[in-house]
Design a protein around this ligand. Structure first.
Ligand SMILES: [Zn+2]
Length: 362
């Protein structure tokens, strides 16, 4: 794990452009939406406007875009000439979705691109472009509900890029009001295990997921369809409560949640999720036990699939389901998070800076 130094020390290093802190932290500047290396030659922001991150990945997941002056994506000097047009293209249109085929059309071998990103940033190109795509959308959220009004002055290149990215992640708001059955307000929460996205209707919380999760875009799309919902940046009483109670949970001061949850699904999915809600804090169940409890012996695989479709991480505790031998298996938010959540619930605290950094868990 890659722990961050104390904030005052990092801010001091930032002001002095101290090269000893290169690679130790990256700094996100809230007023511009940009993240930098400690040694960036640009004018230094005020202390109250910065957030520190242990890795490029975390800064991207929190919604910042790379600085064009200090180029935080280039740990080994300039990126190779063959890659620069692609990086420029991602920045020109961060909302774009890239397939391997698109890379080939640009004359790039997908495996070669993947290897460079993996070595330089510990993530695939697709994970990088997804992080940029989500980042732009989260940038919209960080600016609050007034997306169009704030885009121009917020450092994002264009208002339309801003709206596009939000729309691509959360769907176009249906134009005819009668098509919208409900509204989901959506905001980001910062937790000890990285940024999460929380969404809530007037009735309750319907989405709680780690921002970098591969399934997130699919989950949003399904929810939009199932609820007939329009997603808008914002907060309500349910997101506020989620934020407070999750902070208590991560401090080890809370073991249960009783929020109103909105979890549309098939009868089988709902039965699986309700069974998950009954697994107490600090305990685990096997897929087999879960299947038998549902009176569907032999249905472990279907149960595992329904667990994976859970849209409410932590509060519907799919992390409490393990293999029969006690070992951990698939977790949408990453196995390291599953381990950290189970450790937390058995009395360990999550250390400051427990996020996997540039040189840690993948
Ligand atoms: Zn910079």
């Amino acid at each position: 794990m890659h722990a961050l130094p104390p904030v005052t020390e990092m801010y001091d290093a930032l002001v002095k452009r101290d090269p000893d802190f290169e690679g130790v932290f990256f700094v996100g500047v809230r007023t511009t939406g940009i993240f930098c290396r400690p040694t960036c030659p640009a004018r230094k922001p005020k202390a109250e406007n910065v957030d520190f991150y242990p890795s490029v990945r975390d800064a991207l997941a929190a919604g910042f875009r790379p600085c064009l002056r200090c180029r935080p994506l280039e740990p080994e000097g300039e990126p190779p000439a063959w890659l620069r047009p692609l990086l420029a293209e991602v920045e020109r249109d961060p909302a774009r979705r890239w397939r391997d085929q698109d890379l080939r059309e640009q004359g790039l071998e997908p495996a070669r691109v993947r290897r460079w990103f993996q070595r330089a940033h510990g993530m695939s190109f697709h994970a990088y472009s997804r992080a940029r795509r989500l980042g732009v959308a989260f940038g919209a959220m960080r600016q609050g509900a007034d997306v169009t009004g704030t885009a121009a002055g917020s450092g994002w290149e264009s208002e339309s890029g801003f709206r596009d990215a939000f729309a691509k992640l959360f769907g176009e708001a249906p134009t005819r009001a009668k098509d919208v059955r409900t509204r989901v307000v959506t905001t980001r929460l910062i937790t000890a295990l990285g940024p999460m996205l929380v969404g809530a209707t007037d009735e309750g919380v319907c989405l709680l997921e780690f921002c970098e999760r591969r399934m997130l875009e699919t989950q949003v799309k399904r929810l939009r369809h199932l609820l007939g919902a329009a997603f808008v940046p914002g907060e309500n009483e349910h997101t506020h409560r989620a934020e407070e109670e999750l902070a208590e949970y991560f401090r080890g001061d809370r073991t249960t949640f009783d929020w109103p949850l909105v979890m549309p699904g098939t009868p089988f999915q709902v039965a699986v999720w309700e069974a998950l809600l009954k697994i107490p804090y600090g305990e685990t169940r096997s897929y087999d036990q879960q299947a038998r409890q549902l009176e569907k012996p032999g249905a472990q695989r279907a149960v595992g699939k329904a667990n994976g479709d859970n849209r409410l991480a932590i509060v519907v505790p799919c992390h409490r389901v393990v293999r029969s031998d006690g070992s951990l298996s698939g977790y949408g938010g990453g196995l390291w998070r599953k381990r950290a959540l189970l450790d937390l619930e058995t009395g360990a605290r999550i250390a400051d800076g427990a996020l996997p950094g540039a040189c840690a868990v993948r």
